[in-house]
Design a protein around this ligand. Sequence first.
Ligand code: GLU
Length: 501
Amino acid sequence: MDDPKISQSLFGPRVRLAPSPTGWFHVGNARTGLFNYLFARKNGGKFILRIEDTDKERSEKKYEKNILDGLKWLGIEWDEGPETQGSFGPYHQSERTEIYKKYLEQLLKEGKAYYCFCTPEELEAQKADMIARGLPPKYSEKCRDLPESVIKKNLAEKKPAVIRIKMPNKVIKFTDLIRGEVEFDLNLIGDTVIAKSLIEPLYNFAVVIDDYLMKITHVIRGEDHISNTPKQITIQELLGLPMPNYAHLPMILGPDRSKLSSRHGAVSLIDYQKKGYLPEALVNFLAFLGWHPIGDREIYSMEELIELFDLGRVQKGGAVFNIKRLDWFNAQHLKSLNTDQLFDKIGEYIKNFYPDSKIIEDNSPEYIKKIIELEAPRLTKLSEFIDFSDFFFKENLVYSKELLKWKSMADKEIIVSLNDCLNILKDISEKDFNRINIQIKFYNFITESDNYQKDKGKLLWPMRVALSGKKASPSPFEIAEILGKKKTILRIEQALNQIKT
Ligand code: GLU
């Protein structure tokens, strides 16, 4: 969108993704990261990754690695942040304690923040009292004006304390780039805790300092943070800092329209990677979670999304996460790949998620590519390649008699049918052993046979199952061509042996 502040800025906007490494990187974070990235790239700005690891107990390195891996997998490159660095670091909040301390001390010194020594029991009692009096439950302000001597004494005695800001008695207004004018009555919020101590700042405080020092121009984040915004604006005002632009993205909802959670299936990005989704499909799908360009077209590359992205077209209402739609996006992106590209993607997928598989090592690329060509039209996910085509890579198949049976065929009939197949196949030379020739020979045979003419399934079904071992697969002629004459015959003989025992 045409924001005057952006066009006036020489260096373009600076936006950030600020995830807390307290859980696996999920679709919500990924969508926020993507929107920030698209906005930065579209407007010639910078995308910053800041790790908000102030919660020491819950933050873990493995989660941080998962965030970085997830972003890299999606192709969302950060200009500044862990691994990349930049001029506004450090980019881990845990390394910025001294910076926050300075600002906390300033607020305390100026009397804009204060130590609160109320115990959890006292806080509970205060809340209950307010509710009983029909007032909104908020902090009673009991410690707001404690004498300096009491504060010193309590701190010296190491009495448990927190630091609260003095919330002004007013209404905060800001213009959200997606939601328009937003108002919050600070009176309802009360004196917010901003730190557990001088060296333990809390989210609302650290985020304000970082956004300011990292020169963030636009805070683009999930709507679940909108109730934090008035607190953050108040902290900015108390410190005399400028206010960035805000844009709160619509919530991602499950199909039942409640907030998307693990109840709705996988929410962690790595799970989608494991399931065989392409990063470009996920990017395309995530971009459409709350946004869409003008027109009906839906399949876009990252470069095209950058070109078209416009914050002004982000919707206000929740965006429903529909896995069927993701499957559709994935199938479309798979279809746009040629055989060589699919071969590379499948190879990479197998290497990552089936490290013990020898499919790639044990077979020639030509053989694998023939199978890819055959299966590609049916593929929705990379993982299906393994499910659909494992039989091409096995030496011996185990058959179920039931599956070899077409309708109510007796064992005897299956034996006759498979022997007929063998006779037809043996008659075709190695040189002519391709799907067209095989099909012609089979259909000629069917036309000449009363039995099969009435129901050709009696000939083709047992053969197809003998070659694939599966209920669903490509046609027996296509499979036979890829397996080659020798293996095709061997499989039918093996099926015959198994049915006879
Ligand atoms: N650390 C916060 C989160 O993970 C970031 C919120 C923000 O973007 O301000 O939700």
